[in-house]
Design a protein around this ligand. Structure first.
Ligand code: PLP
Length: 382
């Protein structure tokens, strides 16, 4: 018998969702592009794939983009393409989706963690520096929830220690750090196009971006069975290509990304304004002159997280917890590495208190106001 994993935390029987947490977009324009690609192109590595790569590279302001079957594949291929040797340690944040650390293991390396700064939810550069050891060869900063990590400070540490920087921009398509797109700041940047992301290919997909021709060339081979030519292979590669039909949809989505991110920011501003007076509620970091976030998620923090979640869901407002467990306390990481509670207190505090409330481009101002009213009501009743 097949056991099905239940993804939604909301039991449909108990509550009707009036305002979802997220809403992936699929339009007639995307449908037309998909059908056109299916009818006229090769299913694998068709023209749309090459065009999507060119356009994505240009969007990020880099020389090369290599598409992959997922963000996880992009990350692990990036480490291999950088020639990070098997067994080397790679430092990242335990406050991320598990795939960030999984990709390190997939590439034969060992994930090590450094704690986050609770103000930004991102890897703390000072803690990163303290965590670097002799065998460390790379760091993976994650732009969590679409908020740019403090990349310059991490590049400074990386430069001093002679290690590579691979940005996990899987949640931050289009976010700016000092006027440059995240993903273009380190040696390699990686993106996911999973349906919940700020842009999707209507399925799984990923992209790796870089200014280094050698890395791009190697990554291009690695995602395509290690091919030098049709049946000659000079690398042990993977079947990790992006399908043509998905690339065709991605090209359309990319054209709308800035407009969608702007709408997300507008909704975030309304949340910020209407929730700023709620005592006991921490709001997410806002942008400033050096950071322009894209609010993949709008994540508040409160010690009454579970109660607030229940309350909002009873009003038809879908919420999420990103993430219920930090990576180091995932059962498999505890089993493999013996991590214990208390190892990364800021990350553990984030996981205990974080709540993602609805955020997507077409979320109306009325709906944002309704969510805020319900949050006020919850806290006023305490
Ligand atoms: C921060 C982060 N890293 C990596 C990934 C992995 O991407 P994918 O699901 O496309 O493999 C995701 C998304 O799911 C993510 O949110």
């Amino acid at each position: 018998m097949v056991t099905r994993v239940k993804y939604s935390s909301i039991s449909k029987k108990e509550h009707t969702v009036a305002i979802p947490l997220a809403k992936p977009i699929f339009s007639k324009e995307m449908e037309t592009a998909a059908v056109d690609a299916l009818r006229n192109e090769r299913f694998v590595l068709g023209e749309s794939v090459l065009k999507f790569e060119e356009e994505f590279a240009e969007y990020c302001g880099v020389d090369f983009a290599v598409s992959t079957s997922s963000g996880t594949a992009a990350l692990s291929i990036a480490l291999t393409a950088l020639n990070i040797k098997q067994g080397a340690s790679v430092i990242t944040t335990p406050a991320s989706f598990v795939a960030t650390a999984n990709s390190v293991l997939h590439s034969g390396c060992v994930p090590k963690f450094a704690d986050i700064d609770l103000e930004t939810y991102n890897l703390d550069p000072e803690r990163l520096e303290a965590a670097v050891e002799t065998g460390t060869r790379a760091v993976i900063p994650v732009h969590l929830y679409g908020f740019p990590a403090e990349v310059d400070s991490m590049k400074e540490v990386a430069g001093k220690k002679g290690i590579a920087v691979v940005e996990d921009a899987c949640q931050a398509h289009g976010a700016l750090y000092k006027n440059r797109k995240v993903g273009s700041l380190g040696d390699v940047g990686c993106f996911s196009f999973y349906p919940s992301k700020n842009m999707t290919v209507a399925g799984d997909g990923g992209m790796l971006v870089t200014n280094d021709e050698k890395i791009a060339g190697k990554a291009g081979k690695l995602r395509d069975c290690g091919r030098q030519s049709k049946y000659v292979h000079d690398l042990i590669g993977y079947t990790a290509r992006l399908n043509t039909v998905n690339a065709a949809i991605g090209r359309v989505q990319l054209r709308h990304l800035d407009e969608w991110n702007e709408k997300r920011r507008r909704n975030a501003e309304t949340y910020d304004r209407l929730l700023s007076d709620v005592k006991g509620l921490h709001l997410p970091p806002a942008g400033d002159e050096s950071t322009l976030p894209v609010y993949h998620l709008y994540v508040v923090r409160t010690s009454m997280r579970d109660g607030l979640k229940k309350w909002l869901e009873s009003k038809g407002i879908e919420c999420g917890v990103h993430y219920t467990l930090p990576i180091h306390l995932q059962p498999i990481y505890q089993e493999m590495f013996g991590f214990k509670e208390g190892a990364f207190p800021n990350t553990e505090e984030l996981c205990r208190t974080c709540l993602s409330i609805p955020m997507y481009p077409d979320l109306s101002e009325n709906d944002v106001r309704f969510v805020c009213d319900q949050i006020h009501e919850f806290f006023e009743g305490r």
